[in-house]
Design a binder for this molecule. Sequence first.
Ligand SMILES: [Cu+2]
Length: 151
Amino acid sequence: MTTRTRNRVALGLAAGGLTAVLAACGGGDGDGGGSTTPPPAQNGVTKVDADLADFRITLSEKTFEPGVYDFVAKNTGGHDHALEIEGPGGENRSETVEPGASTTLRVTLKSGTYEVYCPVDGHKDQGMKTEITVGGAEAPTNEPPSPGTGY
Ligand SMILES: [Cu+2]
């Protein structure tokens, strides 16, 4: 009689790694709704330098056509200043600019006459005002209303 040894074959059960498939259902957070894209700065916008000194405003442009303008208000004075442009279409006021700083005021100009001045304190009365005419109309020679206003 022969005794047979049975070889037990250990079946290595490879623990199959369970690949947890996390099906991430991508929640579409797409449409934010009403997203406004700012217009390109260079497209159809005319840049105008506005020098705000103590107490005078100097614009780099004198004639204007109806359109969109970026007034770059630069404070070259020693006081806080701001730029306000008032005329057809209402008022446009820049933020107050500290000495040495600058800010940009975007304004859509229509045909007509605009008053450009500094709304800070009494600066307007101290000379920080000028006028611009928009449109084809020829600007009349600006004669000061009262002669000899302090230089
Ligand atoms: Cu001012």
